[in-house]
Design a protein. Sequence first.
Length: 210
Amino acid sequence: MAVVLVAAGVFAAVHFWSARPQSVRAPDLVDEAAHARTSPPASEDVGVPEPSPGPPPATGPGGHIVVDVSGKVRRPGIRQLPSGSRVVDALRAAGGVRAGADLTGLNRARVLMDGEQIVVGAPSGPPTEGGAGGVALGSSGVGSSVAGPVSLNTATVEQLDTLPGVGPVLAQHIVDYRAQHGGFRSIDELREVNGIGDRRFADLRPLVGP
């Protein structure tokens, strides 16, 4: 009888031990934020080209420009100035403006370009690109029609470009020759400019002067 009771007690103990509640570990949650961090972000700049720099301003050889200052200045003539110089710098290089000269329409703060002419005291013509006033040949503005022969010693590239058979490149050659040789002493020297042959010289001779 005692053996039966002991066996029954052991059986009951094993049954209760196996039926006890046990803690169950919950499954790990998927971290969507962590998953998003593992994915490389989409680049918004793909296929967007970077802006290219604009063209540099035109300058003369050696970082200098050559301009022709004439009119009511103390020392008119060809002047070589550093690139980026302004009209006021050209006037200063020409000895300054004479007393009583009319500077109306002359923008002294304008940046100069290689090969242009500045006439002080002459009636200003139509304004040119960039608001340049007071730049003229005689009494005509840059880009306007010029009455009479075009002066090889004072005409700008734009004015020479209006001559028949003369484009911007040939006009620049004429201005460069003028700067290198101190001007034209006669019309025949035009033959020595690169790009001017006998036929073109014959066409230009009645239209130009020293």
